[in-house]
Design a protein around this ligand. Structure first.
Ligand code: GDP
Length: 440
């Protein structure tokens, strides 16, 4: 899903790689690419323009932390704005009435009937509802049959009147049937046409008027991109629907519909269909979708955590110590604490830009620091500040005290020594460190 858009955005952010700070120029360059990526994903022109403008203002207005690189900051801002663009937080459907009535609208082939089944199933199994599905497509006998088959699969009753050609009447009768049979939820599937026409709009408006639904959902095929947005607008003008269902998100969707609908019709996307099977449906979460689009959720949380935790003053002190080769075991354990505070080790390692993907499948033990911490804690204060004094007898004492072995203590001392050298070498910039880390 949205693979092309994800790749393109990732490439846009590369422009900021190695940049020390956010400037008008590098932001403009990056956002030019971001905008192109959005347009190629079939995002509405106006939406894309407004989006990049907002991101620009936010990026230039940010107080950049030394702990956060411009590239990471940009990822975070774009992420948050993508989530906002798609509606911010998830919006629930209203199923409070008894029976609560949900009316489906949309073009033929959009996935209305399939989604009606999915929704009935979801509300039945997850929210304890007792739904009734109503076959309101009187023009295609196959549609009634299709709904009956779905109903059977999920154990939900289907109301239909084969001989009746009046969908308004059928909907009213269905409501009465629901009341008589203890159904607390009525889902009305309606007829769709291949394109919007007056008769179709009049018909569904009449059903709306007759049954006064709690919730009107507009179902649209995400693969249709800009057309989806235009259709949404026309339906909304006529029906003033409550939410959008984006189907076929499992296909080769570019993303335009998901990203533009909210800003064009100002109605939330409530569900997404992700396959033909009856369980292939999800509640739509804008934040999670933004995570998926960027594929960089890790950087986003890294920036958030750094913004929460990072102590600029401490960082500067540490930098000075490193430059003077005074980095000692006290600092080391302090760093370990800091890292531990920020989350689990695997998450953290995968947050390092450029490292994330490579190590995703590696098994990193969350307790990896345990032995190291035990060894350092078994050192005396003077040993921690002057590791040079750690002779053989001190080493065996530490091994015994920490429940490790002399060879483990030796290994840590050697690593610490190498690390110190490396830190000193790179105290001018981060590049040497990245090179060294990759070599390890
Ligand atoms: P309707 O005419 O609006 O009622 O559309 P249907 O429910 O009959 O769906 C049209 C076609 O799209 C059917 O072949 C469905 O199996 C398929 N379909 C519906 N939703 C999805 C989805 O989320 N993903 C995929 N891949 N196919 C879907």
């Amino acid at each position: 899903m949205f693979e092309n858009l994800s790749d393109r955005l990732e490439r846009s952010f590369k422009i900021l790689k190695g940049e020390g700070k956010i400037t008008e120029i590098n932001v403009a360059e990056t956002l030019k690419e971001v905008r192109r990526a959005l347009l190629d994903a079939d995002v509405n022109y106006k939406t894309a323009k407004e989006f990049t403008e907002t991101v620009k203002q936010k990026a230039l207005g940010q107080n950049v932390l030394t702990a956060v690189k411009p590239q990471q900051l940009m990822v975070k801002i774009v992420h948050d704005e993508l989530a906002t663009l798609m509606g911010g937080t998830a919006t629930d459907i209203n199923i409070k009435g008894n029976p609560a009535v949900i009316l489906m609208s949309g073009l033929q082939g959009s996935g209305k009937t399939t989604f009606s089944g999915k929704l009935a199933n979801m509300l039945k199994t997850k929210r304890g509802k007792n739904p009734l599905l109503v076959a309101g497509d009187v023009y295609r006998p196959a549609a009634i049959e299709q709904l009956k088959i779905l109903g059977e699969q999920i154990g939900v009753s289907v109301y239909s009147e084969e001989e009746n050609k009046n969908p308004v009447k059928i909907a009213q009768n269905a409501l009465q049937y629901a009341r008589q049979h203890g159904k607390d939820l009525v889902i009305i599937d309606t007829a769709g046409r291949l394109a919007i026409d007056e008769a179709m709009m009049n018909e569904i408006s009449a059903i709306k008027k007759a049954v006064d639904p709690e919730e009107i959902l507009f179902v649209v095929d995400a693969m249709t991109g800009q057309d989806a947005v235009n259709t949404a607008k026309e339906f909304n003008d006529r029906l003033n629907f409550d939410g959008v269902v984006l189907t076929k998100l499992d296909g080769d969707t570019r993303g335009g519909a998901a990203l533009s609908i909210r800003s064009v019709v100002d109605k939330p996307i409530k569900f997404v269909g992700t396959g033909e099977k009856l369980d292939a449906v999800d509640v739509f979460h804008p934040e999670r979708m933004a995570d998926r689009i960027l594929g960089m959720g890790d950087i986003v949380s890294l920036v958030e955590k750094a913004q929460e935790q990072y102590d600029e003053e401490e960082a500067r002190k540490l930098q000075k110590k490193i430059a003077k080769n005074q980095f000692d075991f006290n600092d080391f354990i302090g760093q370990i604490q800091q890292i531990k505070k920020m989350g689990n080790l695997k998450d953290l390692a995968s947050m390092i830009p450029g490292v994330g993907k490579q190590i995703k499948d590696l098994d990193i033990d969350d307790d990896a620091f345990k032995g190291i911490e035990a060894i350092i804690r078994s050192m005396t204060p003077s040993e921690r500040t002057n590791p040079e004094i750690l002779n053989g007898s001190r080493r065996s004492r530490i091994a015994a005290g920490s429940g490790t072995s002399v060879s483990e203590v030796n290994k840590l001392l050697k690593q610490f020594d190498e690390m110190r050298k490396m830190m000193r070498a790179m105290s001018g910039g981060g590049k040497a460190m990245m090179r060294n880390m990759k070599r390890r």
